[in-house]
Design a protein around this ligand. Sequence first.
Ligand code: ZN
Length: 287
Amino acid sequence: MVAVRRATAPLLLAGALLLTGCSDDAPAAPAPAAPAPAPVVTRTTTTPTPSPSPSSVTSVAPPSTPSTPSEAGKVVVLDPGHNGGNGAHPAEINRQVPAGRGQTKPCNTTGTATNAGYPEHAFTFDVAQRVGKALADKGIKVVYTRQDDNGVGPCVDRRAAIGNDADADAVVSIHADGSEAAGANGFHVAYSAPPLNAAQGEPSTRLAQTLRDTMRTGGFSTANYIGTNGLSARADLAGLNLSTRPAALVECGNMRNATEAARMTSADGRQQFATAIAAAIEAYLAS
Ligand code: ZN
């Protein structure tokens, strides 16, 4: 996102509009120093203490059937970046709102698009719906920050509030980037750093790492132009700064890259992104 703060929105937008790159935030804040070493995730798997086996002759049921997934009943907030009506409502989306760390940012941005004009907001909305369906099928409660792709906003601070108010176990923002750097491709996952609260610490970092690992396993390449090994520590993203729940932002790839644009433009490709993101969220919730 750092690399894409240039005008990338389609030409049909009104000239007065503040054009943007992808991120949930518009130009501002210098890149974070980000020296924060990625915390090593230590996870102790506690082995259940074996219950004394009854000396009865009758067979007993196994101690606990693992058929009830631990993620069932948890709450996930999915935040598809931008919105289809943003481009036609510059006054609303350019309004300054709190962005965390004492900063303000525009309410929202238009997002980017492929060179052929397939917009990021449509991509993120469709992927989020697919992710949500997969999660709901597992008994996870899914809350979306927007219900359709033709509205305006909501503002980035409101998106964060939706996750906070839902007491979400995980909040995942879905975006796609728009870097015009030659050869720039791959996905990356942003998390808030330095953390502003406990949820932004280990939980958010682990959520970001799980997304990174699962997407990589799912056949997606990490970005070759931003971040480190598919992760990006950010201090300038409002949605992450304002979250009091475990939160991460996935930039699925670079819409300006022909190969990635083709994948994002196809329904099959979007399902691949969604499958990987859903699997990552489930893995995080189960960990
Ligand atoms: Zn975006």
